[in-house]
Design a protein around this ligand. Structure first.
Ligand SMILES: [Zn+2]
Length: 281
C-alpha cells in the first residue's frame, strides 16, 4: 500500500458537495398528478409471471402501477419511448440526479441526446422504509440486472430466465424483433421493490430480503409515450440468490390507468433536451 501523505487526514476531512443540486431541475406538479390519479380508471393490465417478463404500453398522460401480488417479489423495469427505442431509460443519470434509490416526486430520465423525464413516481407504498442500518434502501438505480453472462463468468452456468433474457423476450414479443435484434436495446434497470446498498467497509453491492408485501405498489405518471418491460426476477425477494430456479418467485402486475378528461389541465409532455447537439463543431 502507498505511504499516506502528511496531510492525509486533512484531505479526508474535506466536506463533500452534491454533484447535481436538484433545485434547478424542472419540478413536477405532484399535486396535479395526485388529483388526476385519484379519479383515474384502470384500462388494461399486464402480468409478469414468475421468472418471466411482460411488456406494456402507456400513453403520455396515463399512469402505470406495478403491484406486488401473492408474495414478495422484485421486478426489473426497462422503459423506451414507444416508437423510438433509441430513447431509453438512463439509470446512471437518474442516479446522479436523484441518488441511489428513487421514490415519490423523483423521475426516470432518458438517455442522451433526449435527457428528459420519461416517467415521474407519484406513489410509493414502501416510502416508509428509508435507509436501514446497513445502508439498504428500496427501488435502486445502482444494480444492472441479473444476466446469463455474469452467471457464466462466475459459475459456468447456462441459465435462460435472468432478467436480461426475460426483458429480451418481452421486447421481442412487443416489437416482432428477434431476440438477437432486441438484445442491444435492453438496458440497466430500475430495480422495483429490491432492497440494496453498498457495504460500508468494502463498498460492495449488496441485496437483502425485500420489505415488499402483496398490495404494495409503485405508481408512475408517463411523461411521454412509453413501451415498458417488467421482469419478475428469478431471485424472488432477492434475500439469498438470483440467476437460478432456487428462490420462491411470484408474479407482478402492471396496471395502466387513464385519468378523467381535463384532469391534467396545464400539463405538457416535456420537450427533448435543449442542448443544440453541435459539440463544439
Ligand atoms: Zn433479476
Amino acid at each position: 500500500m502507498s505511504q499516506a501523505p502528511a496531510d492525509a487526514d486533512a484531505r479526508r476531512a474535506i466536506a463533500p458537495v452534491i454533484c447535481y443540486p436538484p433545485q434547478t431541475l424542472p419540478q413536477p406538479d405532484i399535486a396535479l398528478y395526485a388529483a388526476a390519479l385519484d379519479r383515474a380508471e384502470t384500462v388494461s393490465v399486464a402480468v409478469a409471471a414468475p421468472r418471466e417478463a411482460c411488456h406494456f404500453r402507456v400513453k403520455a398522460g396515463q399512469f402505470f402501477r406495478i403491484v406486488s401480488v401473492e408474495g414478495p417479489q422484485v421486478g426489473d423495469l426497462n422503459l423506451w419511448q414507444d416508437g423510438d427505442l433509441s430513447e431509453r431509460f438512463y439509470s446512471g443519470k437518474t442516479r446522479a440526479l436523484h441518488g441511489t434509490h428513487v421514490s415519490t416526486g423523483q423521475r426516470l430520465w432518458s438517455a442522451f441526446p433526449h435527457l428528459r423525464p420519461m416517467a415521474t413516481i407519484v406513489e410509493d407504498t414502501l416510502d416508509w422504509y428509508g435507509i436501514d442500518a446497513y445502508g439498504g434502501a428500496v427501488h435502486d438505480v445502482i444494480g444492472t440486472r441479473c444476466d446469463p453472462y455474469t452467471g457464466n463468468l462466475l459459475s459456468g452456468t447456462q441459465y435462460h430466465h435472468c432478467c436480461h433474457s426475460n426483458l429480451i423476450r418481452a421486447l421481442s414479443d412487443a416489437t416482432g424483433m428477434t431476440p438477437q435484434e432486441a438484445e442491444p436495446h435492453v438496458h440497466d434497470v430500475l430495480n422495483v421493490f429490491m432492497c440494496t446498498g453498498f457495504t460500508r467497509d468494502t463498498g460492495q453491492y449488496f441485496m437483502k430480503a425485500s420489505p415488499v408485501r402483496p398490495g404494495d405498489h409503485l405508481t408512475f405518471f408517463a411523461e411521454i409515450d412509453l413501451l415498458g418491460a417488467l421482469s419478475a426476477c428469478p431471485g424472488g425477494d432477492c434475500s439469498s440468490e438470483h440467476s437460478s430456479d432456487t428462490a420462491q418467485c411470484y408474479p407482478l402486475r402492471v396496471e395502466i390507468l387513464q385519468p378523467k378528461a381535463g384532469a391534467l389541465a396545464g400539463w405538457q409532455s416535456p420537450a427533448r433536451n435543449g442542448y443544440d447537439g453541435s459539440h463544439g463543431r
